[in-house]
Design a protein around this ligand. Sequence first.
Ligand code: MTE
Ligand code: MO
Length: 228
Amino acid sequence: MSGDEARPYGRRAFLGLMAGGLSSLLWAGPVGRALSPVTSAFSQLLGNLLPVGGWRIYTISGSMPLFDANSFRLEITGLVRKPQQLTYAQLLALPRAEQVSNFHCVTGWSVANVRWGGVRFHDLLALAEPLPSAKAIRFVSLEQPYNDSLSLDQALLPNVLLAYDMDGQPLSRPHGAPARVVIPEMYGYKGVKWLTRMELVDHQPTGYWEGLGYDQNAWVGRSNGYGT
Ligand SMILES: Nc1nc2c(c(=O)[nH]1)N[C@H]1C(S)=C(S)[C@@H](COP(=O)(O)O)O[C@H]1N2
Ligand SMILES: [Mo]
């Protein structure tokens, strides 16, 4: 049996079930049910009201943290030599990177050619000086209890960004102001919005959706999401 076939929610299993003509309720399985809070009536309503061009606005709490440029701090803590508390102005003053990339939510919707502006993790980590024991970054949202993580290797891949601009504008409140994680090669749940803290850790903790059944390595098309 190939690795592909062994995965309960792999693409092959998905296609096989579709060919068999089973209903969406059946093939959604426990992962599909776990996802239902994300598509709460509240999020759906926001998605319908806001001019978001293909985006669906997701929150797990039904509320969106309010960004205040004066009091905001981005903390970089944990296994670092120099813990940081960056103001919004300090964040914007770091070397700016820009990219255009596609965005994929694991539930099956995508947005093509999103123009992001922000900071590479290399430049953020250079300030904090991770200790040799640091192997991963835990990203904590102001929207509790949302969190997720990347290995240091993943965070340093090209095209991985801490974004503060989207399509030429400062990140809006629904999209996670003032900053969100962007990793185009992985599904959207890795992209923590309303980021408030980066914690350097020696092993990767289980993120919010990962605790509900999704793969920690959320590679688009190669993880247990079924909505490539
Ligand atoms: N804090 C927080 N970040 C989050 C989420 C969330 O519910 N809360 N949802 C994630 C998921 S599953 C996706 S697909 C994207 C959606 O981004 P959008 O709300 O800007 O469309 O945000 C990700 N980041
Ligand atoms: Mo998602």
